[in-house]
Design a protein around this ligand. Structure first.
Ligand code: AMP
Length: 397
């Protein structure tokens, strides 16, 4: 089938006549207009996330880190790396406005690894919204801190709290955590937040969306007052401002072009009218050759499970990722998807932030997202690292 749009509910030209095409209701419960789900990828404007002329060697990070950077195949620094690494090395606090895909993990890990390698008295706490993101940061830490003596621990829900407390007792240099479990362990006296002199809050807007504001305030209130603090968020809401103000001292503000990776994402809708079954439409799409590695979003865990049962009956191998799965299952699922053992992943929004899998060819919003921000985060899983991606949203209204 040559024309990949032909089985969709509307022709591609629909976007040029929105009034006629979408009739009565252009906005669903999400408040998103159908037009917002349609956009052409602009090849001419491939986002340049790198900085011309900048080199990692300019940061003078030392031999071990330089080698680890080469092994990661990072040839030149991204913009956020170029602007934050020298400032973090100078001891400055950072207010970073950047989303995943910008290279922000290495932007904070590299200088922190350098700092902790040279000063035994330092501990670094990283707080992130989801277990998945924590796991990804840990993976990047393992690569970037190879051949240093630095150790880390993952403090997340769904895993044995006793094991985590045991490792914490050995005073690892890096604590990579989600807020709830960290607070829990603090209250059991398993971690001394008062001794944490470096803190990184990552994806703050997401943590606030998930209702972690009190936990974050609590954690900040316990930290060593004489600390270096880094704050990263894709957007700045009034609540995020409050957190930033209570955390940071005279920060350097670094902002990278927002949502630029989405320029790479061709977005369209698939109309589901009453004559079609939604699952069948999905199945037909998944059978097409160009749908190589596909992330399908449902709004609820139940829908995700139902869909996976349906596909299973059709002999389509798809994994499911949602909050009811055990942590070990979630990790296995993400790894299988990363490795390409499974090409289709059905997920709830739990997976939409931070999931860093390269080469996702298509994101399919089987259920519409709750709001536009979730939409942006969902579709940001494709079209990464300068590659073109596709996002399709099923519309039933
Ligand atoms: P992040 O924004 O930290 O989630 O990073 C997005 C992706 O870019 C990850 O797969 C990183 O491994 C990768 N990455 C980070 N920095 C660089 C770089 N300088 N060059 C190439 N890839 C990078």
């Amino acid at each position: 089938m040559k024309n990949r749009y032909q089985s969709f509910g509307r022709s591609r030209n629909s976007r040029y006549s929105p009034r006629r095409s979408y009739g009565r209701s252009t906005r669903g419960g999400s408040g998103i207009s159908v037009n917002q789900y349609i956009a052409k990828a602009t090849d001419a404007e491939m986002p340049n996330i790198y900085v011309d002329g900048a080199l990692f060697s300019d940061f003078k990070l030392g031999k071990v880190l330089d080698r680890n950077i080469i092994n990661k195949k990072y040839t030149v620094p991204t913009k956020i790396q170029n602007e934050t690494i020298p400032n973090i090395l100078k001891g400055r606090d950072i207010l970073g406005i950047a989303n995943t895909g910008s290279g922000k993990t290495a932007a904070f890990l590299l200088p922190m690894i350098e700092k902790l390698m040279n000063d035994e008295s330092q501990t670094c706490l990283i707080v992130v919204p989801t277990r998945e993101l924590a796991g990804q940061i840990q993976d990047e830490f393992v690569d970037l801190a190879r051949d240093t003596n630095l150790k880390s621990v993952l403090i997340i829900g769904g895993k044995s709290i006793r094991d985590q407390m045991y490792i914490l007792n050995k005073r690892p240099h890096f604590i990579i955590s989600t807020p709830g479990r960290l607070k829990d362990i603090y209250e059991r006296r398993g971690v001394k937040l008062e001794e944490v002199n470096n803190v990184i809050l990552d994806e703050v807007d997401r943590m606030l969306d998930m209702g972690f504001i009190d936990d974050i305030k609590f954690i900040i209130s316990k930290l060593d007052k004489d600390r270096q603090s880094l704050f990263f968020s894709a957007t700045m809401s009034p609540k995020a401002e409050i957190i930033a103000n209570s955390l940071l001292r005279n920060p350097v503000k670094v902002e990278v072009e927002k949502q630029s990776p989405l320029k790479n994402v061709e977005q369209d809708i698939v109309r589901i009218d009453h004559s079609k079954r939604k699952e069948e439409v999905l199945y037909n799409l998944l059978c097409k050759e160009e749908f190589k590695r596909v992330l399908v979003f449902t709004r609820t865990k139940r829908n995700a499970d139902k869909l996976s049962d349906y596909l299973y009956d059709k002999r389509v191998d798809a994994d499911v990722l949602h909050g009811d799965k055990k942590q070990s299952q979630r990790t296995r699922t993400i790894n299988n998807f990363k490795r390409g053992t499974v090409d289709i992943l059905i997920a709830t929004d739990v997976a939409s932030r931070g999931l860093d899998v390269s080469n996702i060819s298509h994101v399919i919003n089987y259920d519409e997202p709750e709001n536009f921000e979730d939409y942006i985060h969902r579709i940001g899983r494709t079209g990464r690292a300068g590659k073109k991606g596709y996002a399709l949203t099923f519309i039933e209204r």
